[in-house]
Write a protein that binds this ligand. Sequence first.
Ligand SMILES: Nc1ncnc2c1ncn2[C@@H]1O[C@H](COP(=O)(O)OP(=O)(O)OP(=O)(O)O)[C@@H](O)[C@H]1O
Ligand SMILES: [Mg+2]
Length: 353
Amino acid sequence: MLRARRELSAVSARLREQAERPVSGGESALIGMLGDRLVSVLRSHNTPSTLYYVRADGETYVVKVEFGRAPTLRDEIRWYRNAAQRGLPRRLFITGHSGPGLSFLLLKRFGDGSTVDDLALAGESTGQLGRHVARAMDSDTELFHRTQCHVGQDHVHRLTERRLALRRSQAGKFPYLRTLMDVDVVTINGIGLPGASRCLNRVFGDPRLVSYLTPDRVGMTFGDLHCGNILVREGFTEVVDPRGGPLLPITYDYGKLIQSVEGGYGAVMAGRYVLRRTDGTAYEFVPEVVPGYSSVAVLLAASCDELRYLQSLYYAALHFTAMLPHHASAQEETTALYLCGVSLFDKLFTQLA
Ligand SMILES: Nc1ncnc2c1ncn2[C@@H]1O[C@H](COP(=O)(O)OP(=O)(O)OP(=O)(O)O)[C@@H](O)[C@H]1O
Ligand SMILES: [Mg+2]
């Protein structure tokens, strides 16, 4: 096995060397080091990491790299190590390393990198999509069941509150976002809805509601189970881009899926929406209805009991609100994400009534 992967071991050793140099030389040094092993480069739009497709031993592999402190990729590497230590499936993971110069993750390549998002946005709406999502949910749920522990609702709620408090204060640094967050009423297509801060205060200020919507168990999950992280290859499915960090309730990840297929996240991130400000905080906002997402949304709702679905819907609305500062430099996209979030809160409150 090791013999068969001689070239790959050499690439991995050189990546480690470069990672350990306090000044890595940046991307040009990395590209120089990979030489003609480098097949292509894929820059991600949201995160500081870059993916390099590399040939070794007649196969193509994926190297995910982040330069400098690399907090996100360090967490991801930690997640894979943690899974391996607990005897959980290694999935596509081969190795990873964090040094002062850079962090890297070496993965087996899975198909051509197509995701459930890609298929849905290309117009696919057959049962195949649902099967991929169901498989991803099953492996996340199994992971959770194998690692879960009871920590109590207060602990889980404190995690939620802390995350939202941090993101609200980060959002406050962008004047347009501060206005949006704190607006009393935002009007979407002629219907007035409470603004995001009001929605959060309504839940956080009502202990009975918090208790209803907050699970008491946490475990290991992929942590970012949206349709852009579910890779598909014919009848096979893989999940990439796991999040390290604290153990989470499973409804956190189901919330990521609801956000993806029911909340409009996939359509907005693909630029498939119409947004026009008509007056003050009144908007015409129409995310495209993507049939593939709609079919998966039906499957998702059917695979949860009512309480679990509502708890997941709550997380989906929170995810939209929490992600705003990370997108804030793109004002139109962020406004669209904000409107998705308040719409999901409205859906939640309607279903709770
Ligand atoms: N092992 C793999 N095999 C094939 N393609 C992959 C693999 N890992 C990642 N990709 C491709 O690269 C894309 C981005 O990877 P990943 O989600 O890990 O990075 P990211 O930093 O979160 O980027 P983004 O912000 O675009 O989600 C995936 O959507 C997929 O298309
Ligand atoms: Mg990703």
